[in-house]
Every structure is written in C-alpha cells, then in structure tokens.
Design a protein around this ligand. Structure first.
Ligand code: SF4
Length: 193
C-alpha cells in the first residue's frame, strides 16, 4: 500500500472522466489515517465544486445537524473521512444533479478506504452508496433507511440531506423522531471510545 499523501496526490490529479465533466475535474475527498468515521455520499454539488470544501452547502449543514457533529469535528480528517461515490461534480440535470460518475468508486474506493482504520463507522448516504455498500438493502431507499437498526453498529444509512428532500422528510417523520437520535447517539459513543 502506498502512502496516503501519494494516493491523495494521485486522486487529485485524476482526469479519467474529464470528457464527461462539463465543469472540469476537481476531485474532492477528505482523508486521514486515523479517521474512524467515513461518510460515503453521492458527489459534490456546484457550490462544493467552486469552494473545494466538501459538504460546504445547505446539504452539508443539514448533514452535520443530523450527525450531531460540529464543523471542527466534521472537517478534521483524522476524525472524519469524506469519500463520495463520485469525487468530481457531475453537472446538473433537469432535476437536481447528474449521478456520480460510474468510473470513480470502482477506480478509487478500494485504495482510499484501505488507508483508513479497519474498525470504522460507515455513514452511507443516498441510493448510489447504498447500492455499493449495503449488502442486504431492502427494496427501496426508504425501506432501507427505515430498517436502520439492521445495519448498526457498523453502518448508518441515511437519505440525501439535500433541501430537495424536504418532501421525503415530511412524509417520513419517524426519521427525525427516532432515527436521528439513535444516529447521534451511535456517533457520540463511537467517537468517545
Ligand atoms: S469523478 Fe473520479 S474517476 Fe472521474 S475524474 Fe473525478 S476523480 Fe477521476
């Protein structure tokens, strides 16, 4: 296994799918050798592509609230690794953003995740990450999230915290009332040990 610094340099110069990225390549990953919490989400949005800071947008603010993490904790690479399914902004579609580039996770995830401690807590956000990382997921994203207790204590499954998902949140009030308190407690106890 190469060094983490070498790997990050390699990732940040990746241009494998540049022909498909109308806004250009800008891989956005946060990684530290001690990070025991890893957030596997979808792909950066336009604002994050511009700032270069992961989850630096309304979705990120919602996510930090969901997880009960301060900005300091969230942006400490020795606490939290951020490894989206696609590292570059895929551009916008008719409704929302395009899907993460399919080349990215098969190309990079194994070597990136190999840099992290073996004992870790995975936070799996959205359908693309569920498809790759939740072995016995249910028929729908909602059903999988509703069965969150099946995946604890090593995985936490969440919908995407985008403001566009407000409708999902209001249709599924159990998520705020039951799931999020359990998620926060799990993260708190994991980081305390
Ligand atoms: S999305 Fe991933 S594979 Fe594609 S150019 Fe960016 S880093 Fe490389």
């Amino acid at each position: 296994m190469g060094s983490l610094t070498d790997l990050l340099t390699e990732v940040r110069s990746c241009s494998v799918c540049s022909d498909h990225l109308e806004h250009g390549t800008r891989p956005i990953v946060q990684l530290g050798a001690g990070a025991q919490v890893v957030i596997i989400g979808q792909a950066p949005g336009r604002r994050v592509h511009e700032s270069g800071v992961p989850w630096d947008d309304p979705s990120g603010r919602a996510l930090r609230r969901w997880l009960g993490l301060t900005n300091e904790q969230f942006y400490d690479p020795e606490t939290v690794a951020i490894v989206p399914m696609g590292f570059c902004y895929p551009g916008s579609a008719a409704s929302g953003d395009k899907p993460p580039r399919p080349e990215c996770a098969p190309l990079w995830h194994e070597s990136v995740l190999a840099q992290l401690p073996g004992e870790r807590l995975e936070i799996i956000i959205g359908m693309y990450a569920q498809k790759r990382y939740i072995e016995d997921r249910k028929k729908t994203l909602t059903e999988t999230v509703a069965n969150w207790a099946d995946y604890m204590p090593t995985q936490i499954v969440l919908p995407h915290p985008s403001p566009r998902n407000q409708h999902w949140l209001s249709k599924n009030p159990w998520f705020e009332q039951e799931t999020l308190p359990a998620v926060r407690e799990r993260i708190r106890s994991f980081l305390d040990t």
